[in-house]
Design a protein. Structure first.
Length: 64
């Protein structure tokens, strides 16, 4: 806490403001370098459609 207060004072900020600035810079992520379309096109094939089908024996009859 002391180091935070000293750092804040050296920069002319309150300890609270310095704490927020540290969190902002730590959590800031650079934006994507590729578009969503490009990222999706780079993904490997996930298998055949039949790999994701639900087997019929898992279904149950529905009564109306």
């Amino acid at each position: 806490m002391r180091a935070l207060k000293l750092r804040a004072a050296a920069l002319g900020r309150s300890a609270e403001e310095e704490h927020r600035e540290i969190l902002r810079s730590a959590l800031k992520k650079p934006g994507p370098k590729s578009s969503l379309k490009e990222l999706l096109l780079e993904m490997p094939e996930g298998g055949e459609d039949s790999d994701f089908e639900r087997p019929r024996h898992y279904s149950r009859p529905i009564e109306f």
